[in-house]
Design a protein around this ligand. Structure first.
Ligand SMILES: Cc1ncc(COP(=O)(O)O)c(C=O)c1O
Length: 379
């Protein structure tokens, strides 16, 4: 499967020094940055509307910003590599122990850590077809085999995922809600899935968008670790807490699993300001409540707008919504960009006819919908 690197005398580019599985990695393409778009259009940055990376439209948590200001004088010290205070706080909130936690430079870091800690080239890992891109990247970087399972109506097909598990499968990745589809699997189904898969398979439940779920659907997974020691849950402060630029996320898992991951991570993988900000943001309940409310209203506004334009969309539980444009995606994306509105084409996710749009403030959503209508020749 994965050929070894060529012998030194056959190397024509230094890239050939990398093993084949690494050479085959297609780089992750992030949302187009505001600065780059402003330079290309020759307009000021404040005229650009970025709805491409599922960031908070309310900015960062104000409590986090205040806490960072108060922490600037300690930047000459290394951060607390054990993350003592943050783990204590998370443990209290989730009724777990600090030993259950692994902190990460964003939840991306913890997702990669699971793969690096447990997968070898001889193993396989399962994820759904239109799942978050970091799963296949992490699997491929190791040279393990990715088993890709089609969805049903864009929703993760947990029965098919359970059936796809092989003897050499070590990890299953499930995002709930999923990005880029925004679909949600009821927690009873996730629990049934955990009951079905062998207890020697790690089930990673990625809850990056958990905070946006309505009250009745909030995640019960912290209470499941006792029953399912093979469960690993990842969370982030990038989305509802508005701290994407700082990079802080975490995982909770059985202490045995967390201890292995903590051995593999870099000693100071979460920086001091990120930890200080996370501690403050976790208490910023008012900010989270506002973000949830703005998001719920924005999802409705965008959904209604798409319906008016005769466009199909995938009902979303995240802070983004994915709409079917058809074959005109490159042109419509280009016209939106020319109007200063950045959204996300998701051909890289195997969805070339869709665009993913992050929910904004009401006026952002309105501007995006008006630009979209013009791009479609409907206004
Ligand atoms: C499903 C999912 N998981 C994880 C992440 C990673 O977020 P971060 O590394 O900022 O915590 C994202 C970001 O878009 C995501 O959509």
């Amino acid at each position: 499967m994965n050929k070894p690197s060529p012998k030194p005398e056959k190397i024509i580019s230094l890239a050939d020094l990398a093993p084949e599985n690494v050479r085959r990695i297609a780089p992750y393409v992030p949302g187009k940055p505001i600065g780059e778009t402003a330079r290309e259009l020759g307009i000021p940055e404040d005229r650009i509307l970025k709805m491409a990376s599922n960031e908070s439209p309310l900015g960062p948590s104000p409590r986090a910003v205040a806490a960072i200001r108060g922490a600037l004088d300690a930047l000459h010290y290394y951060p607390d590599g054990s993350g003592f205070e943050l783990k204590e706080k998370l443990a209290k909130r989730l009724a777990l122990a600090p030993a259950n936690f692994v902190l990460g430079n964003g939840s991306n870091d913890v997702l990669e850590l699971v793969a690096r800690s447990f997968l070898t080239r001889d193993d396989s890992a399962v994820h759904s077809r239109h799942a978050f891109m970091v799963y296949p990247l992490a699997i491929q970087a190791i040279g393990a085999r990715g088993i890709v399972v089609p969805e049903r109506d864009y929703a993760t097909d947990l029965d098919a995922m359970a059936a796809a598990v092989r003897d050499d499968t070590k990890i299953v990745f499930i995002a709930n809600p999923n990005n880029p589809t925004g679909t949600f699997s009821p927690w009873e189904d996730v629990r049934r899935f955990l009951e079905r898969v062998p207890s020697t398979v790690l089930v990673v439940v990625d809850e990056a968008y958990e905070e946006y779920l309505p009250d009745g659907l909030r995640s019960p997974t912290a209470g499941w670790l006792g029953r399912f020691p093979n469960l690993v849950v990842s969370r982030t402060l990038s989305k509802a807490y508005g701290l994407a630029g700082l990079r802080v996320g975490y995982a909770y898992a059985d202490p045995v699993v967390a201890e292995v991951m903590n051995r593999v991570r870099q000693p100071f993988n979460v920086n001091h300001l990120a930890m200080v900000a996370a501690l403050a943001a976790l208490d910023d309940e008012e900010f989270i409540a506002r973000n949830r409310e703005v998001n719920a209203k924005g999802l409705a506004q965008l959904g209604e707008g798409f319906t008016r334009l005769g466009l199909e969309y995938i009902p979303s539980h995240g802070n983004f919504i994915t709409v079917r444009i058809g074959q005109g995606v490159p042109r419509v994306y280009g016209e939106l960009l020319a109007a200063g509105v950045i959204v996300r084409p998701i051909a890289g996710y195997g969805m070339p006819e869709h665009l993913r749009v992050t929910v904004g403030l009401p006026e952002h959503n309105e501007r995006f919908l008006a630009s979209l209508a013009r791009a479609l020749g409907k206004r």
